[in-house]
Design a protein around this ligand. Structure first.
Ligand code: NDP
Ligand code: GDR
Length: 330
């Protein structure tokens, strides 16, 4: 955990504060003494589970990435010195069923946020949540900041737009804008639809007799999976640097979906092959087969390194799912 004395009372604004990363980042910034503002959008039912424990310590402002004036108002009210743009339609399969909406949230939304910043708090430092999905059909391995992009989903295409508009605003308006190219990162707070959490949650349900099988798509896909708690520290470190820049954040290891199943089920004393079924309906129209990041620039310039290993991460998620499911049954 970074320790710094000069962050006390600084104002930070987080879009996407109700998401996995938003909740960990809010915790980190509060610990560092920041005053934290979070953008939330209106829904008929509030879904604030990930930040329930922080509700009396963060200031929530209503705005939507689709609505420029709502963003301008929220930014003016928060008057932040740091802005973290984490809001997005972040589930890759949904980007094929809702491609236009994904482009609006995940791509154009970045321009709206940058415009809000430029118009209300141009001195604020800006972080954009870019993604390893931009590498897509990989051109070289491991992937680093200079590796060409070849996105393989409407989500990946939208993230490439968000990445380049961030670089462009930095160069056009001299904004302090950074783009973090983060590889997959997971935690017990990961959404249930993403593959690691789907595996750990269903494995725990099987262990408790609440489910009998786990249906998955491509077991051969390989990802560089890290822990979300480690990755939000990298976001913060980027904005503490003297100069704005872009960084790959990864672990440097790659593992398959199959290996993830092996680790999760073995931790529960089960053999994954007895429960996992493949289902063609879960295959993607275009797949990202292999990702592995080179984080040496972040290590050199930010002194950042991942702390949680792949096995520890999956086991942490299994333990958390088992504990909460057991608790719910009481
Ligand atoms: P989540 O899906 O958990 O969270 C997404 C957040 O965006 C939620 O708070 C959601 O709010 C908010 N949001 C979505 N649409 C809008 C909108 N129109 N207006 C305002 N808020 C909106 O994502 P993660 O926390 O996992 O990821 C954070 C960011 O990092 C995302 O941009 C993601 O694309 C990117 N990323 C994630 C990686 C990962 O492995 N986790 C890797 C690389 C990049 P609500 O609760 O209302 O739905
Ligand atoms: P990803 O994460 O698409 O990499 O995007 P996800 O966990 O959804 O998929 C990882 C890989 O697992 C394969 N897979 C399955 N995936 C899901 N969700 N469900 C299944 O049943 C299943 N079976 C196999 C997928 O085909 C894929 O290859 C995540 C998101 O957080 C993005 O927002 C972020 O930008 C990237 O990580 C980096």
């Amino acid at each position: 955990m970074p320790v710094s004395n000069n962050t006390e009372g600084r104002r930070a604004l987080i879009t996407g504060i109700t998401g996995q990363d938003g909740s960990y980042l809010a915790e980190l910034l509060l610990e560092l003494g920041y005053e934290v503002f979070g953008v939330v959008r209106r829904a008929s039912t509030e879904r604030f589970e990930r930040i329930d424990h922080l509700r009396d310590r963060v200031n929530l402002l209503h705005a939507d990435l689709l609505d420029q004036s709502s963003l301008n108002r929220a930014f003016a009210e928060a008057a932040p010195v740091e802005v973290y743009n984490l809001a997005a339609q972040s589930f890759v399969p949904t980007s094929w069923s809702e491609p236009v909406l994904t482009a609006q949230f995940t791509g154009m939304g970045v321009t709206r946020v940058l415009e809000a910043l430029r118009q209300t708090c141009p001195e604020a430092r800006f972080y954009q949540a870019s993604s390893s999905e931009m590498f897509g059909k990989v051109q070289e391995s491991p992937q680093k900041e200079s590796t060409p992009f070849y996105p393989r989903s409407p989500y990946g295409v939208a993230k490439v737009y968000g990445h380049w508009i961030t670089v462009n605003y930095r160069e056009s308006y001299d904004l302090y804008a950074c783009s973090g190219i983060l590889f997959n990162h997971e935690s017990p707070r990961r959404g249930l639809e993403f593959v690691t959490r789907k595996i750990t949650h269903t494995a725990a349900r099987i262990k408790l007799g609440l489910a009998s099988e786990l249906r998955l798509g491509n077991l051969d896909a390989r990802r560089d999976w890290g822990f979300a708690g480690d990755y939000v520290r990298a976001m913060w470190l980027m904005l503490q640097s003297d100069e704005p820049d872009d960084y790959v954040i990864a672990t440097g290891e790659t593992h398959s979906v199959r290996e993830c199943c092996e680790v999760a089920f073995a931790h529960l004393g089960l053999d994954w092959q007895d429960f996992v079924k493949t289902d063609d309906k879960l295959l993607r129209p275009a797949e990202v087969e292999f990702l592995m990041g080179d984080y040496s620039k972040a290590k050199r310039q930010l002194k950042w390194e991942p702390e949680v290993s792949f096995n520890s991460l999956i086991e942490m998620m299994v333990d958390s799912d088992l504990a909460s499911l057991t608790e719910r049954r009481r």
